[in-house]
Write a protein that binds this ligand. Structure first.
Ligand SMILES: Nc1ncnc2c1ncn2[C@@H]1O[C@H](COP(=O)(O)OP(=O)(O)OP(=O)(O)O)[C@@H](O)[C@H]1O
Length: 283
């Protein structure tokens, strides 16, 4: 089921409408959202605060909670419509086939349980690894995310910095080699330098693991640097989807144009000659 042919979408979101339903009243939060993500690529959802990016990411990860509910559409992951699957199926995918990284990294940990035990628990929930094998794997991944493995393994979350915790969240999200990583504002709570390092690490591990990424961000600069394709959201709708180059150099929708104008370091290049831009790629 898992490995599709190269170039095929790993995820299709079709005409997704998410509503807040409260005491019989329904209010649409997103409407008719459609996009796909191909194997190994990064697709970013970008847009103003409140446009529905996080709610869409939560729907893909099967994490929507009341009063939010999906009132229309499909979420097809690896060829299966998750909205027609048992709740247990989606739960079994999360953490294994779908990894998640959120802005609130502290919320990803149980406060008074050592990091190592938490990683072992994730591994043993989804695999048949013995405790010793899981420990070895956890230490290996702590090392891969450039942390002192033994010390981090023995630490409680409150003994680690935000950047260290987000590295551990990345390790936890990627160590079981998911097909898709949902990364919702992964660096918003971190300082700029730490955030860049986390994004670099995420890209490096993405190539190692071979997963696709659904990247949620309000930061167009990051998105243009890190994504293959970009979907622009405004007030619950996707107003434009295109390749990074198309969005950057030839945005169609007035809202995308306004977003770019608000980021002069990106839009400036639109007015440069091809000679000027040929060494100016961001990736
Ligand atoms: N649990 C909820 N109940 C009702 N409405 C909600 C709930 N969660 C989010 N919303 C509403 O859904 C809309 C979209 O929120 P969402 O968090 O997806 O925006 P966003 O684009 O991710 O914004 P930001 O960049 O600020 O995180 C907002 O108007 C928000 O108030």
């Amino acid at each position: 089921m898992r490995r599709l042919t190269e170039g095929q979408p790993i995820l299709n979101v079709n005409h997704l409408t998410i509503s807040a339903v409260h005491q019989g009243h329904s209010h649409r939060i997103t409407e008719d959202i459609s996009f796909d993500i191909r194997i190994g690529e990064t697709l970013a959802l970008v847009g103003e605060s409140g446009s529905g990016k996080s709610v869409t990411a939560s729907a893909v990860a099967g994490l929507l909670t009341k009063p939010l509910t999906i009132t229309h559409g499909q979420i097809i992951f690896q060829g299966i419509n998750l909205l027609e699957s048992r709740a247990g199926y989606v739960k079994s995918l999360r953490g294994k086939e779908i990894g998640c990284v959120f802005q609130d990294y502290r919320g990803s940990f149980t406060p008074f349980m050592k990091v190592g035990h938490q990683l072992i628990e994730v591994i043993r929930t989804h695999t048949r690894a013995t405790r010793a094998e899981a420990k070895e794997m956890a230490l290996d991944w702590l090392h891969r995310v450039n942390l002192p493995a033994q010390r981090s393994f023995r630490s409680y979350p409150f003994q680690l910095s935000g950047g260290q915790l987000q590295r551990i969240v990345l390790a936890a999200a990627l160590m079981l080699k998911p097909a898709l990583l949902v990364a919702d504002e992964p660096i918003t709570a971190l300082d700029v330098i730490t955030g860049q390092a986390i994004m670099d690490l995420m890209e490096e591990l993405q190539h190692e693991v071979g997963c696709a990424i659904l990247l949620i961000s309000h930061d167009l600069r990051q998105v243009v640097k890190r994504s293959n394709r970009i979907a622009v959201m405004q007030r619950g709708h996707i107003v434009e989807t295109g390749s990074r180059e198309q969005i950057k150099h030839a945005p169609h929708h007035p809202y995308t144009q306004a977003l770019l104008k608000a980021c002069p370091t990106i839009s400036r290049k639109q007015h440069m000659s091809p000679q000027e831009t040929q060494f100016g790629g961001n990736r």
